[in-house]
Ligand binder design. Structure first.
Ligand code: AMP
Length: 468
């Protein structure tokens, strides 16, 4: 008894009280009486949409198995500082788009806006540097960005991504690009790879000086954000989506002219691999990607039709419109693991936005497999027949038949309507009469003919007809 009391006391000691102001917040919360609606920028994925997702998930499974990647699932919530340290303070993602809040334990947390930073964290946390290198991981799941919602841009969206950690060879950059390219083209999407190198910290030093000089001379025409970013992170200006900044960007110095020998040679090798494999690519000197952690190779994959349309459109901002329709993006990030406290670990990866891929599939009317068809429908009339029919349904299912039912409906007409809609070959009908005679009716749905079968032999009989 004394022991139990002590235990209870300990348990009580460990329960942290919810902070009073937080509890009050909940108490004082004004609950809306309106029917709740899905939040802006969020979406329900309804059953009718699932075949697109099934297709993409199947492609992910095939591709990652082929290339030897293993799945990792990461939490949706992380310490806010993880993203500030990796993606970067001056980036749009961290600066404007994070869903961040203080939790009940006073921790600053954020819904993940992307997964590469998490992968680097997990690599360090789980000592993956002790595994044979490179470590090849893939992820699939929702990301969250408080962006302005529009077509192809949501506040919750799904990404499929791969990361290779622990090797710096250019062949890996090329293979990552090829994987993303293969994923999209295997679905039937005509795409083009945009590729650039943003060098390493060494070659960026001189480039940054030149960039600052260039932008200083144009300062009065820049947007307010860019004016502020110029002294802190001039590279970010190349990523600005404001129209007036895009126009200025056209004449900015190009990073490729400043690459050090090592970065230049790395980039050339990546391009040679792409050429060897006949991957259509365009060099895009303005592509810098909006995240701090990238080094050397960066790339995006754009839908071909839109790229062509925008190429014809000479107005400023066309480049940024293209970036907004990017289906995939990625690159090398050789310093990220070290920035987060791990040992130097070169790495490269990509992520693909699945909603954007689905939008394209629909737009181009590409073939998507229909839901697998059912072969047999079990219909019943009357309470005792329903019991028997349920049992027959379970037997057929466990024997491997593709079988359907609608036990919630009692009338035969209604049940046959469902069977018709499902496009089954046969409907088995069990009524009071059949039950007492030990038989069952088999209706051939195409021919509209019916025959009586022996109930005890029905499984065998159907098996023969369908050759299961
Ligand atoms: P990022 O992580 O910004 O490099 O984006 C990689 C890919 O994720 C993009 O190419 C898009 O396909 C997709 N993506 C990024 N942001 C969004 C968004 N707000 N809504 C839908 N898809 C997005």
């Amino acid at each position: 008894m004394a022991k139990l009391k002590k235990k209870e006391k300990n348990v009580k000691k460990n329960i942290k009280p919810i902070k009073t102001e937080k509890a009050d917040e909940a108490k004082n919360f004004k609950v809306s009486k309106k029917t709740p609606q899905v939040l802006r920028g969020f979406k329900d994925i309804l059953p009718g949409e699932q075949r697109y997702w099934d297709l993409l998930y199947a492609k992910v499974a095939n591709l990652t198995t082929d290339y030897g990647f293993e799945r990792i699932d990461l939490p949706l919530l992380e310490e806010t500082s993880l993203f500030i340290r990796s993606v970067g303070k001056e980036t749009d993602i961290v600066d404007k788009e994070m869903f961040s809040f203080v939790d009940r334990g006073n921790e600053n947390v954020s819904l993940r806006p992307e997964a590469t930073a998490q992968i680097a964290r997990a690599y360090i946390n789980h000592g993956m540097f002790n595994l044979p290198q490179p470590v090849k991981l893939y992820y699939l799941g929702p990301m969250f960005r408080y962006d302005r919602p529009q077509s192809g841009r949501y506040r919750q969206f799904y990404q499929f991504g791969v990361e290779v950690l622990g090797d710096k060879q250019p062949v890996l950059d090329a293979q990552i690009i090829i994987m993303a390219y293969n994923f999209l083209t295997s679905i039937g999407l005509p795409v083009n790879v945009q590729v650039n190198s943003i060098g390493c910290n060494n070659c960026r030093k001189e480039y940054k000086v030149q960039l600052v000089n260039f932008y200083k001379s144009q300062k009065h025409d820049l947007c307010e954000d860019c004016k502020e970013r110029l002294p802190k992170n001039p590279l970010r200006l190349l990523d600005c989506k404001e129209e007036k900044c895009s126009a200025i960007k056209e004449d900015a110095p190009q990073i490729v002219d400043f690459l050090c020998d090592e970065c230049k040679s790395h980039f050339m090798k990546v391009l040679e691999f792409l050429e060897e494999l006949e991957i259509p690519y365009s060099l895009n000197s303005q592509l810098v990607r909006g995240l701090d952690y990238y080094t050397k190779t960066v790339f995006e994959i754009w839908p071909q039709a839109e790229q062509a349309a925008l190429d014809k459109q000479p107005e400023p901002g066309a480049e940024d419109k293209k970036a907004q329709i990017a289906l995939a993006g990625g690159g090398r990030y050789d310093n990220l693991v070290e920035i987060l406290g791990g040992r130097p670990t070169p790495a490269v990866g990509f992520s693909i936005g699945l909603e954007r891929v689905i939008l394209k599939i629909k737009e181009l009317n590409l073939a998507v497999p229909e839901k697998e068809k059912r072969d047999i429908f079990v219909a019943q009339l009357g309470e005792s027949a329903k019991r028997k029919a349920m049992k027959l349904y379970e037997t057929l299912r466990s024997e491997g038949f593709k079988v359907a039912e609608c036990f919630a409906k009692d009338g035969l007409k209604n049940q046959l309507e469902v069977a018709n809609k499902l496009g089954v070959k046969y409907t088995l009908i069990l009524g009071q009469k059949e039950l007492s005679e030990g038989t069952i009716l088999l209706r051939d749905m195409d021919a509209g003919s019916q025959e009586t079968l022996n109930f005890n032999k029905v499984v065998k009989d159907i098996k023969k007809r369908l050759e299961v």
